[in-house]
Design a protein around this ligand. Sequence first.
Ligand code: HEC
Ligand code: HEC
Length: 236
Amino acid sequence: MRMRWPLLAAALGILAAGCGQQQATGGFHQISYPAGNPVAGAKLFSTTCATCHGSNAAGVSGVAPALVGRPSLFTLYPHQWQLAAFIQTYMPKTNPGSLSKQQAADLAAFVYALNGKLGPAAKSEVAASLGRPPAPPSSPPPSSGAGLTSAIAAGQSLYQRVCAVCHGTNGEGNANNSGAPALWGPNSVVKGQSVGQLASFIKANMPLVKTNGVAPGSLTQQQATDLAQFIAQQNK
Ligand code: HEC
Ligand code: HEC
């Protein structure tokens, strides 16, 4: 049998001795994480985590796992401070280490509360505090992307494979609760943008995270232009 608690006790002993080397998830040390405020955590989740984990923390297929309804999460992190330490070390995945201890503790409290671990009242309170993800940033300056109209079909098939996971098969946005904006239709946020503007934004920023095998920054200029042609066409 594995000696989980003796090891943890040993880890805490090492910490007490003043040696704070951090290892993998099991080896986090309880270094004074505050209790955490679940409602503050819910608000921070909406602005910082929902893009990948979904606005209701239900996960986004192909992007990030659910943080609700997964008992294994609490086997991995049986104490709130352990979850806080994981979050502070590894999340948000695009900018790990950017959260304060207080923020990580608030987020861990939020995850615990949302899963009913802090009682039914806390659960409904945090569920009600979940807001909408932040508005998208303004567009970067235009570039010289000039594609052919015949690229639209290529852009369409790439869009459905990689972008529709978040932006929706009909460009309506917020697919899988991703918080991604609409790219065409009545709520389009890119209406009026040129193909060059769209292509340079897409090349630099999309997909937001690795999606169906396509990593951020890995699209070629041609692919970005094809996608931009397709999206611009849908906005006409
Ligand atoms: C850019 C996408 C992205 C963002 C933003 C993000 N995560 Fe994650 N998160 C992931 C992915 C992907 C995983 C799966 C593990 C991995 O690949 O590191 C994950 C795993 C986790 C896990 C562990 C789940 C498990 O099964 O062990 C927790 C907890 C978590 N994230 C919390 C957060 C919190 C809290 C935030 C906001 C501060 C956040 N994440 C922001 C992508 C993201
Ligand atoms: C994992 C989810 C996700 C995927 C996959 C994804 N996006 Fe996005 N996209 C977002 C989010 C969220 C935003 C809002 C900006 C932000 O928060 O960074 C966004 C913003 C955009 C915008 C900018 C809209 C504006 O405000 O000007 C464009 C254009 C865009 N995405 C195109 C694409 C294309 C093309 C693909 C496929 C290659 C793609 N996205 C894949 C989540 C995603």
